[in-house]
Design a protein around this ligand. Structure first.
Ligand code: GZL
Length: 324
């Protein structure tokens, strides 16, 4: 009789332990991540941040796909994730339009889509659960506001004489390019003497930023300010300005966005005047959002990143602690 009780007691203990263990260990999730490419220091830092965050959590398996700046590659990758029946899809949109059909396919397959960095167009946002990343309009406004303060402090802008600005836009049709242009234009409305004399895409790369700036310099001898939608293009433009025999940061004031290490080096060297931070370190937020999703929590419709503004007054002090 006593042995029978022991056996039952042992059985109950094993079942209890098993259920506790099952309760404690989350189900392993396979997540497909479609990244747009490796066009900038920013993008590389973003990819590393996401990969490290998922590698640090053994309850996730990340399938990584680099679209090499081609939307068709992203759509193919998302379709392959759907075919593999992943638990969730993580992606950033190269451009805002063109993802509706494939996002509908993911929805029809019951696979949740969480976005980081660049969003899709408003009409497709019902097909994704949330987006985490920066407020690009605010970044453009910060760039314009910083420039207004700087021009006034330097006695360059008396509010009447024209201020000639050239603009290097990001990838045509991408959320950061559209919104950073909008944000800067919002501030320009307060400065009727400011004028954007030339504006063209440099596709967020240093090579294209340099080539476009060379063309601007050939066509226009009176450029006072360059507004670049990212540091990579600004760094390319700095090369072009130097090769034209001018002093970047002095003869031409340069304000850009991202806050990558190359920009900090340029600010310390006096060749870049300011960079509006846009953090690529979205990995931890992405993993936490997917943990919450796996636990059955409802995700907020928008998860914002917090960022600062750096210029030649604070870049040197901040440089040692920069993570990208
Ligand atoms: C912005 C991001 C942009 C960066 C660029 O969040 O999408 O893409 O500003 C990068 O450097 O190419």
């Amino acid at each position: 009789m006593r042995n029978w009780k022991k056996v039952v007691g042992l059985f109950v203990a094993v079942v209890a332990l098993g259920s506790v263990a099952a309760f404690a260990a989350p189900k392993t999730w396979v997540v497909g991540f479609s990244q747009i490419g490796s066009e900038s220091e920013w993008r590389t830092a973003d990819t590393i941040s996401v990969q490290n965050a998922f590698n640090d959590d053994p309850s996730f398996i990340l399938i990584y796909s680099d679209a090499q700046q081609k939307q068709e590659n992203q759509i193919k990758a998302i379709r392959s994730f759907i075919a593999r029946r992943v638990n969730a899809i993580l992606f950033t949109a190269l451009v805002e339009t063109g993802y509706g059909p494939v996002l509908q396919e993911a929805k029809n397959a019951g696979i949740p889509v969480v976005m980081i960095d660049r969003d899709v167009q408003a009409s497709d946002r019902g097909l994704r659960l949330t987006i985490m990343g920066s407020d690009f309009i605010k970044e453009g406004e910060k760039a314009g506001t910083w420039l207004a303060t700087y021009l006034q402090k330097q006695g360059i802008d008396d509010g009447t004489k024209p201020i000639d600005i050239v603009e290097l836009q990001g990838t045509t049709g991408s959320a950061p390019a559209i919104d950073r242009k909008t944000g800067f234009a919002n501030i320009m409305k307060q400065h009727p003497n400011w004028q954007i004399t030339r504006s063209q895409t440099g596709n967020f790369t240093s090579a294209e930023g340099k080539a476009v700036m060379e063309a601007f310099l050939k066509a226009d001898q009176h450029i006072q300010v360059l507004y670049a939608h990212n540091d990579q293009m600004a760094l390319g433009a700095i090369q072009a300005i130097k090769e034209a025999g001018l002093r970047p940061g002095k003869d031409i004031i340069i304000v850009s966005v991202d806050g990558v290490k190359g920009a900090f080096d340029a600010m310390v060297a006096g060749e870049l005047n300011a960079s509006i931070e846009c953090s690529p370190l979205l990995g931890p937020q992405a993993v936490q959002a997917l943990r919450d999703l796996r636990d059955g929590q409802k995700l907020p419709g928008r998860i914002w990143t917090i960022e600062g503004i750096f210029d030649q007054t604070n870049a040197a002090a901040a440089l040692p602690s920069r993570q990208y």
